[in-house]
Design a protein around this ligand. Structure first.
Ligand code: NAD
Ligand code: GDC
Length: 346
């Protein structure tokens, strides 16, 4: 039986990956700081642990796994990464995780290691025109990512490639472009634009107004998680190490994304553009290389993924409302109860 270690299994993409690997017949160990928030994972073994701690890394990486997927990172959306206040933690936590894993995977003779880099490593100077961003793999240098998160990703890509050159570690590197879907972070400050728009539209009345950061004309492309994993699995089986983009080429403005979500929800909305952390002006995946090397590229329309994600987030919003209501009525009961107790004690 093939064995896999999924680092960051309690997260969004890691959780989906565990399910996929189990369906493919792998024995899977997951490791994360936390259990998955939204789903029960079918792992064969799940370790709660901090991968910045080398003793945890040594414990979970105790065998020459056939495949290791390194997805663990201190990360979030624009609200978490581009305000500046999390820069030191993001660089330190993710950097140490990758330093620990690269070394230990080499020592243990891991057969293949996947590393999830990000489109945030591309230079800001190529992403100033929202209608024509350049994100071909060979446009990475001279390096000038616009966030510390992007610099750490670039450093760690290079780290894994150096372990490949010097120690023969078989690495695969992909640069994900804004991946979204069900069972991902949708509130709390780490959510990315697709989840944020779904939540805002789910919470607003028909005809109401939602807030969108920036002028809303900034552009991105968004990839549904199933296609992201299809790309990852194909890369793992290919005779090609990357780095390669795994993203959609269907670019849309953020106001356009908000309107698409509203259409899916069957609501009319108004958009109020407000100041907020924005990141680069435009970004889109360039899929020439993935087509050439894997003979495949993501092709599903954005709307399809948004439909699934909106319905799931709409359910989460309803559940949260119901919980708040229940907590309020429990609180009232308890305070009425304690009141009458006090009264009877008088
Ligand atoms: P996520 O935040 O849902 O998952 C990351 C997981 O890593 C979390 O569950 C977190 O608890 C875990 N983690 C963080 N620090 C840890 C530590 N010290 N020890 C153990 N676990 C730790 O994020 P995701 O969207 O699933 O992203 C997975 C990977 O893909 C990340 O490396 C991310 O940078 C990369 N990526 C994601 C996107 C995207 O759009 N989702 C885009 C580009 C790159
Ligand atoms: O958060 P994100 O999806 O990250 O934001 C996309 C754009 O949407 C930004 O310009 C942001 O200002 C705008 N936006 C407008 N309103 C809101 O309410 C909102 N919430 C959020 N989150 N955004 C809003 C991402 C990184 C990822 C990952 C990918 C790789 O950057 O956050 O961690 O690595 O890039 O492609 P984004 O696309 O800038």
């Amino acid at each position: 039986m093939r064995t896999a270690l999924v680092c960051g299994a309690g997260g969004f993409i890691g959780g989906h990956l565990v399910k996929r690997l189990k369906k493919e017949g792998f024995w899977v160990r997951g490791v994360d700081l936390k259990q998955h928030e939204y789903t029960q994972l079918p792992t064969d073994d799940f370790v709660i642990g901090d991968l910045t701690d080398i003793s945890v890394v040594n414990k979970v990486l105790d065998q020459p796994f056939d495949e290791l997927y390194q997805l663990a990172a201190d990360m979030g959306g624009a609200g978490y990464l581009f305000g500046g206040e999390n820069d030191a933690n993001v660089m330190h936590n993710s950097g140490v995780i990758n330093l620990n894993i690269a070394k230990r995977a080499t020592e243990m003779g891991v057969k293949k290691l996947f590393y999830s880099s990000s489109a945030c490593m591309y230079p800001a100077y190529n992403q100033e025109d929202p209608d024509n961003p350049k994100c071909a793999e060979n446009s990475a240098y001279p390096a000038a990512p616009d966030s510390e998160y992007g610099w750490e990703k670039l450093f760690s890509e290079r780290l894994y490639c150096a372990f490949h050159r010097n120690y023969g570690l078989n690495v695969k590197v992909a640069r994900f472009h804004n991946v979204f879907g069900i069972e991902g972070t949708w509130n709390g400050g780490k959510e990315k634009a697709p989840a944020a728009m779904c939540r805002k539209v789910a919470e607003v009345e028909d005809g109401g107004t939602i807030e969108v950061w920036g002028d809303g004309l900034q552009t991105r492309s968004f990839l549904y998680v199933d296609e992201c994993l299809e790309g990852v699995r194909r890369l793992m089986d290919a005779d090609f190490m990357g780095p390669v983009n795994i993203g959609s080429e269907e670019m849309i403005s953020i106001n356009g994304l908000a309107q698409l979500v509203a259409e899916v929800a069957g609501k009319k909305i108004h958009i109020k553009n407000i100041p907020g952390p924005m990141g680069v002006r435009g970004r889109n995946s360039d899929n020439a290389l993935i087509k050439e090397k894997l003979g495949w590229a993501p092709s599903k329309p954005l709307r399809e993924g948004i439909e699934k994600t909106y319905y799931w987030i709409n359910e989460q919003v309803k559940l949260q409302k119901a919980e708040v209501k229940l907590n309020k009525s429990l609180y009232n009961e308890v305070s009425i109860g304690s009141c009458s107790l006090q009264d009877s004690c008088r």
